[in-house]
Design a protein around this ligand. Structure first.
Ligand SMILES: Cc1cc2nc3c(=O)[nH]c(=O)nc-3n(C[C@H](O)[C@H](O)[C@H](O)COP(=O)(O)OP(=O)(O)OC[C@H]3O[C@@H](n4cnc5c(N)ncnc54)[C@H](O)[C@@H]3O)c2cc1C
Length: 446
């Protein structure tokens, strides 16, 4: 680490100029310069898992993790919190406790990527140079893109809820406990989302909650999705239509939430086919899923990203298409898989092998096939375990039919997955269920 105390060299890069320009400024602050073998930007699911693998190979402090947050959340449990099956404190751990001990954590955010000079500039003005860069900054939640939504979510004990953020996740159960009668509306935004199954899971959990508390007849439940289909993979879409129809949930496709009037409890929707076709609906509870996008730093890094702002990687190797020493994984990568933790488990082993080959100057042979899984919890005792690949073809692990609701899959989601996450995945020891699939295939009936 070098300290620029006397000169305080600050690196500033103009957005139109890919080559950096160093400016010298006489401020009282000091900026550090760090150097490492591997720089992992983001310490969420993806960053933490890959850093654990790399740090154990490269040795103490040769891997730096750049991550601003104090806390790490196991986000797949947010749906369970919405139904009162878990609490926020059960799914939160301090960042310091989950990041690999052999890696160096810099608690700061990347504000500029300079892949031509192999450097990343941080918000506090530090410069980190690397041999390898792994980008894992996830997706940002853009509640502000829907007029009135943030205001409605700020009303104490209000009727608008959202399990997507730790800030709001507790509101849903509170609203359910207060519910007496009326419309309960669930939304799916017109943007990429993490876990595209989650907006539906919370809807089915809510429906079961109302049956359990004898309030089902007082509720009209609507699932309004901007998508043209209920779920991307047809095998599970068929199963989900049965669940929704069987429970009298009104499903409106190509219907996008565009405005919320929290003071009047009214949500405005527009047709995806004709944006001028609008409909206002009064709600007793509105569960809103925010539009999502890659974080700002990527939206401003055009040289690294595709048009939508995702890090432009080869979808099989996860290596950047222009900069060979840059890789990405997780929700911010351009690979067209369903953005889930399960997908990251599939990517992390591939990435680890390809990085090893890259460092040895060999061709990258390990390939990610787009595997993603979504435990579609449909209530307090049932779950459909969806598993599929880039072609949206089922890629199932277990030797029984997975397109039906099962108690065993619910238990796996609620009780086993958290253990797997905290103890195996974040320590770099879980590369997805491929070897179990192989084993179970011996018992599969065709
Ligand atoms: C409600 C909900 C339910 C879900 N259910 C499931 C499920 O059942 N199964 C499943 O497999 N997946 C599920 N997921 C999805 C899963 O949680 C995500 O796909 C996964 O966490 C993504 O990991 P990531 O590391 O890419 O992003 P994140 O875990 O979001 O981490 C990104 C990290 O990058 C950091 N960061 C951001 N910007 C910067 C910057 N400029 N510099 C440095 N660091 C930065 C952030 O602070 C953050 O810690 C669910 C998600 C939600 C929200």
């Amino acid at each position: 680490m070098n300290k620029f105390r006397s000169l305080n060299i600050r690196k500033i890069q103009f957005s139109s100029d890919l080559h950096s320009i160093r400016l010298f400024s006489a401020t009282s602050a000091s900026y550090d310069k760090f150097k490492c073998k591997a720089l992992v930007v983001g310490g969420g699911t993806a960053g933490c898992s890959i850093a654990a693998k790399l740090a154990s190979v490269f040795g103490k402090n040769e891997c730096i993790i750049l991550e601003p947050a104090n806390d790490h959340y196991y986000q797949p449990m947010f749906t369970m919190i919405g139904g009162g099956m878990k609490t926020l404190s059960q799914v939160r751990r301090s960042m310091a406790s989950v990041l690999p001990k052999k890696a160096k954590w810099i608690q700061d955010a990347a504000v500029r990527f300079d892949p031509d000079d192999n450097e990343v500039i941080t918000k506090q003005g530090h410069i980190i140079s690397y041999e390898l860069l792994i980008i894992a900054v996830g997706l940002q939640l853009c509640y502000g893109k829907i007029p009135g939504l943030e205001e409605a979510l700020s009303i104490p004990n209000g009727n608008v809820t959202s399990i997507y953020s730790p800030k709001y996740v507790d509101r849903h159960l509170n609203a359910l406990n207060r519910f007496e009668n009326g419309n309960i509306i669930f939304t799916f935004p017109a943007s990429p989302v993490k876990c595209p199954g989650a907006p539906q899971k919370i809807c089915y959990i809510t429906e079961h909650f109302l049956r359990k508390t004898k309030k089902r007849e007082q509720a009209h439940i609507m699932y309004n999705s901007s998508l043209p289909t209920i779920f991307g993979c047809k095998a599970y879409a068929d199963a989900l239509w049965k669940v929704a129809n069987g429970r009298s949930i009104e499903v409106n496709l190509k219907t996008n939430l565009i405005e919320v009037h929290g003071d009047k409890n009214v949500a405005v929707f527009a047709s995806m086919d004709n944006p001028n076709e609008k409909k206002s609906i009064e709600y007793s509870i509105l569960h809103a899923v925010p539009p999502q996008s890659p974080p700002q730093v990527l939206l401003e890094s055009k040289h690294l990203t595709n048009e939508a702002g995702f890090v432009d990687v080869d979808k099989a190797t996860m290596q950047h298409v222009k900069y060979p020493n840059v890789f990405a994984l997780g929700d911010c990568a351009s690979s067209p898989n369903s953005k889930t933790m399960a997908a990251i488990a599939g990517q992390v082993g591939v990435l680890n092998k390809n990085i090893e080959s890259f460092l040895k100057g060999k061709p990258l042979r390990s390939e990610y096939d787009g595997y993603a899984s979504c435990p579609l919890v449909t209530g307090y005792d049932s779950c459909i375990l969806a598993e599929f690949d880039y072609n949206l073809q089922p890629k199932e692990t277990f030797p029984f039919r997975q397109d039906v609701e099962r108690y065993s899959m619910f238990l796996m989601k609620r009780d086993f997955m958290p253990f797997l996450y905290w103890h195996l995945m974040l320590n770099g020891w879980w590369n997805g269920p491929a070897s179990f699939r192989k084993l179970f295939s011996l018992f599969k009936r065709n």
